[in-house]
Design a protein around this ligand. Structure first.
Ligand SMILES: CC(C)(COP(=O)(O)OP(=O)(O)OC[C@H]1O[C@@H](n2cnc3c(N)ncnc32)[C@H](O)[C@@H]1OP(=O)(O)O)[C@@H](O)C(=O)NCCC(=O)NCCS
Length: 497
């Protein structure tokens, strides 16, 4: 975006905007005069009509296209945008990304400065409240969060009822959803549609979610390794307490490694928000029905879990392990170019340049290796990056390393198994989700989300009684059978596959 258009965006935000018409139908006489500035003129070749669509904040309203109809009453045109590739659904003041230049800012502050100088809870304050806190504000904020870290014993019981090898992300998602059942006063379905108009009510849920997530994550981990869950220690720092809950056994005065606390702090800062990514869009989507934030956070965490989003660093590690050694990188790159494989941790819907977070993560990786020893797969990763950045396939498609390319290596060096990676992403990203949740509740323009579709199905059919129907054309309905069914089929002769 040019400097001038950026200024237009900003001045657009500052204007006291009145509700206005999005589109004028024009006659051929007024098109030139009116269309000169801040409008887009569209000619509908089906009817010969011309429309003047207002450009505001570098956008045109999708609703304007409703006016462009072929015949009266046909509901006009709909904007088709699978996967929201070029559709803005909100006006936000939280995070700014320039994907072409590789810029990321939270509330105007460059991510590089925040990662270097700030703490995670300070960044959380910034994202949620809009400004950096002074000392006493930060102390008060940290105190609030760190005094909302305990879980109700029933919730602990629920976590203990999971199978010994339950995926920690499945445990986290279910537990966060269950958390909502402990706070009926924060559920609009029970306590009233308007409860989130109160800042006090919103703040309380925020403190609970940000405070309890590390506890839930640590319990999920301890469950996996068969160790008793630790209770939080509220006078420790946020990441310090998290590492404590993960690792404390019976040591006296257990203290987590400060290098790892800081590394985790930086990773948490880098992952705290990324505007309308898949999970944040899900958070906004779910919240738009005015559900409680626990259910919305659980849903957003579900979106984050997928390998194309928060599960990508897990997929990166799998990929690096499969490649194995530096010598195999060339063949792997050839396979990617032949579309037989995907280079995980590369490419981004928004960044068409080096992801600024990836640069910081790369540096942090070496700091962690200095403390814990080098992770051997780093050699495969750096060779892969070198070859890809010099290859025409990746250069022409503007595919660069994203934040997940190196973060998995840090987590591996720290001893986390891969299925904990999305959990380590969820803890900080919940802060971004909550910042968007608040913005959603304060935005007078928001409504319940309801995208449109292009219907291409059967137009009209009469119901035919089952005796008179030909076999239905369907996709295969084969599935594999469980071991129990296979053994039982020997008895019944039912021929299970
Ligand atoms: C992130 C991602 C989903 C973005 O996808 P997108 O914006 O829809 O981009 P597209 O799928 O349209 O890709 C454009 C082109 O680049 C190629 N491409 C994109 N990412 C690629 C990757 N990681 N490896 C190989 N080729 C890739 C596509 O095959 C496509 O090539 P084509 O034009 O020959 O068909 C995609 O880059 C990806 O899957 N990356 C790996 C997963 C990952 O690291 N996710 C974490 C994101 S933070």
């Amino acid at each position: 975006m040019s400097h001038i258009s950026r200024l237009n965006v900003i001045s657009g935000h500052l204007k006291d905007e009145q509700e206005e018409e999005y589109v004028d139908e024009l006659t051929s006489n007024n098109v030139n005069a009116d269309a000169k500035k801040e409008t887009l003129t569209v000619i509908d070749n089906r009817t010969g009509k011309q429309y003047n669509i207002k450009i505001k904040n570098q956008t045109i309203s999708a609703l304007a296209f409703r006016e462009i109809s072929e015949q009266k009453g046909d509901n006009g045109l709909v904007v088709y945008d699978p996967a929201f590739q070029n559709t803005a659904v909100v006006t936000s003041t939280i995070t700014y990304i320039d994907g072409d230049k590789g810029i990321l800012r939270y509330r105007g502050f460059p991510i590089e400065e925040l990662a270097e100088r700030s703490s995670f809870l300070e960044v959380a304050y910034l994202l949620i409240n809009g400004n950096l806190p002074n000392k006493s504000q930060l102390d008060g904020w940290s105190h609030k969060i760190m005094t909302h870290t305990f879980l109700h014993e029933n919730l602990v019981g629920l976590m203990k009822s999971f199978r010994y090898d339950a995926h920690p992300m499945g445990m986290l998602i279910s537990t966060v959803a269950a958390l909502g059942t402990f706070y009926p006063e924060a559920n609009p379905a029970l306590a009233g549609q308007d409860i989130f108009k109160s800042e006090n009510v919103r703040n309380k849920q925020m403190f609970r979610i940000i405070g309890k997530l590390p506890t839930i994550a640590a319990c999920a981990w301890r469950h996996r390794i068969g160790r008793p869950y630790n209770t939080p220690v509220n006078h420790l720092g946020y990441t310090e307490n998290f590492l404590y809950m993960l690792d404390k056994l019976s040591e006296q005065d257990y203290k987590p490694n400060p290098v790892l606390c800081r590394a985790l702090e930086i990773l948490f800062i880098l992952h705290a928000d990324h505007e309308l990514n898949c999970s944040t869009a899900a958070m906004r989507h779910i919240s738009s029905s005015n559900t409680d934030p626990y259910t919305a956070v659980a849903g957003a965490a579900g979106a984050l879990y997928g390998p194309l989003h928060g599960g990508a660093n897990e997929a990166v590690l799998d990929m690096l392990q499969q490649i194995g050694t530096k010598e195999n990188v060339g063949q792997f790159v050839a396979d990617v170019k032949a579309k037989k494989k995907k280079l995980m941790g590369f490419g981004h819907r928004i960044y068409k340049n080096y992801d600024p977070r990836a640069k910081i993560v790369r540096r942090v990786a070496y700091e962690v290796f200095e403390s814990l020893g080098k992770e051997p797969l780093i050699e495969v990763a750096t060779e892969l990056e070198r070859q890809a950045l010099n290859d025409e396939y990746f250069v022409t498609r503007k595919l660069y390393p994203n934040v997940d390319f190196y973060s998995g290596l840090i987590y591996k060096a720290m001893g986390f198994p891969t299925d904990m990676f999305p959990v380590l992403f969820t803890i900080p990203r919940a802060v971004g989700w909550l910042a968007h949740w608040i913005e959603h509740h304060e935005d007078p323009e928001t409504k319940i989300y309801r995208p449109r579709q292009v219907y291409k199905g059967e137009w009209f059919r009469n119901y035919v009684p089952i005796e008179g129907r030909p076999p239905a054309k369907v996709r295969t309905q084969e599935s594999y059978s469980s071991a129990t069914t296979k053994r039982y089929s020997k008895v019944t002769g039912s021929g299970a596959q």
